[in-house]
Design a protein around this ligand. Structure first.
Ligand SMILES: Nc1ncnc2c1ncn2[C@@H]1O[C@H](COP(=O)(O)OP(=O)(O)OP(=O)(O)O)[C@@H](O)[C@H]1O
Ligand SMILES: [Mg+2]
Length: 358
């Protein structure tokens, strides 16, 4: 039996080791991405010439930020990492990169950064770049900096159509190589979770044996390690008060709440066209499980001027986030469309989000 002190210590350690601030010694299931990027950074350090810039692309919780931080830890001062959401304006981002505090003087901070980078070439990592309001302005500045210096750029995003919306100027100068971060499957999530649980307390592996498998399985819908950690933290906090028979039901309930929050965040981060597309699907479906063809949605939203490929990406993202269910149908000459429907819980969630708005 564990005494109160041990129980509290376990809870404290769970907070620490399951938080996004903790950088583990080894990143499971991201070896391929890490190898690919470290190879290019090593070559860049040696020759001062950058062979590849990267776009880390993947759904929420797929390990983009932790991989970037892991890389920063390996290369230390050769890497400058900035989370654009924390700094929220191009001038603050430049201040962070130059380690200065000059208010709103782009010309000066740009000059300082260019000088610094020419003296000592660096890898610049921009996390959440898609989400800042003045994205175009920042990309123009970056483009300018890139023309004047030798630096390597890594951008992280979970946005659907990020690449195709980059300003042409930027695309002409900085060719971003897309590095995919696929969502984790149940087995990968279980590995990742057990690796952290060992750091908290090995006895938990035995005590909660079986439940980590269930937690990993219920999180594999979206495949997010963040969801996995949040859920595990809550279960560890509750474990002493719950009869074992209630575990599975509790896991399901907490998972539903956390997953709904993930979906709400995702919908909140959509741009106008993407949100309009989701609303249009919802507007056309009167009951859960009723199916609608993606062709009808595309036709109804003709005036948005989106290409078939853009719609395809949007539908795919809704499917990846498990908001819609879809069945792909083929028609002659490689044409494809989706039959789309909602499960009960997602239908009700959208009803709560869009409400009278439709
Ligand atoms: N391979 C992994 N090994 C260990 N921990 C991981 C791994 N992948 C992700 N995590 C953990 O899962 C959580 C979410 O990961 P992370 O923040 O990197 O996701 P992200 O892809 O940046 O998501 P978002 O798009 O929402 O920013 C973090 O706590 C991170 O430490
Ligand atoms: Mg991130």
């Amino acid at each position: 039996m564990q005494n109160t002190n041990t129980k509290n210590l376990i809870k404290e350690k769970a907070q620490k080791y399951l938080s996004s601030d903790y950088i583990p010694k080894k990143l499971l299931h991201r070896e391929k991405q890490i190898n690919e990027v470290t190879k290019i950074i090593k070559a860049f350090k040696k020759s001062k010439y950058c062979g590849k810039h990267f776009l880390f692309k993947g759904l929420t919780g797929s390990g983009k930020t932790i991989t970037a931080q892991f890389i920063k830890k390996i290369f230390n001062d050769d890497v400058l990492y900035v989370n654009c959401l924390d700094e929220y304006s191009p001038s603050k981002i430049l201040n962070k990169l130059t380690n200065s505090n000059i208010y709103n003087n782009f010309a000066l901070t740009q000059k300082i950064l260019i000088k610094q980078l020419n003296q000592s070439p660096k890898v610049l990592i921009f996390d959440e770049l898609g989400k800042i309001r003045e994205k175009k302005k920042l990309l123009d500045i970056l483009n300018n900096i890139f023309k004047e210096t030798n630096c390597m750029i890594i951008i992280l995003t979970n946005q659907i159509d990020f690449l195709s919306k980059l300003p042409q100027d930027f695309q002409n100068t900085v060719f971003l190589y897309r590095l995919d971060f696929p969502s984790y499957n149940a087995l990968e999530l279980k590995d990742i979770l057990e690796d952290r649980i060992k750091l908290i307390d090995k006895s938990l592996l035995k005590e909660l044996y079986g439940f980590f498998g269930s937690i990993s399985a219920v999180c594999s819908n979206i495949g997010s390690a963040r969801l996995l950690f949040e859920l595990s933290k809550e279960i560890i906090n509750l474990k002493d008060e719950l009869p074992k028979e209630d575990y599975i039901n509790t896991i399901k309930k907490i998972k539903k709440r956390l997953e709904d929050q993930t979906i709400r965040d995702f919908i909140f981060s959509l741009n106008r066209n993407e949100k309009t597309t989701l609303k249009e699907i919802f507007r056309n479906i009167k009951t859960p499980k009723q199916k609608i063809s993606s062709r009808v949605i595309e036709k109804n939203l003709f005036n948005l001027g989106l290409s078939h490929t853009s719609f395809f990406r949007i539908f795919k993202a809704f499917e990846d986030y498990n908001i819609i269910q879809a069945e792909i149908k083929s028609v002659g000459k490689g044409g494809r469309y989706r039959l789309i429907w909602f499960e009960n819980d997602k239908y009700n969630l959208l009803k709560a989000i869009f409400g009278e708005d439709i």
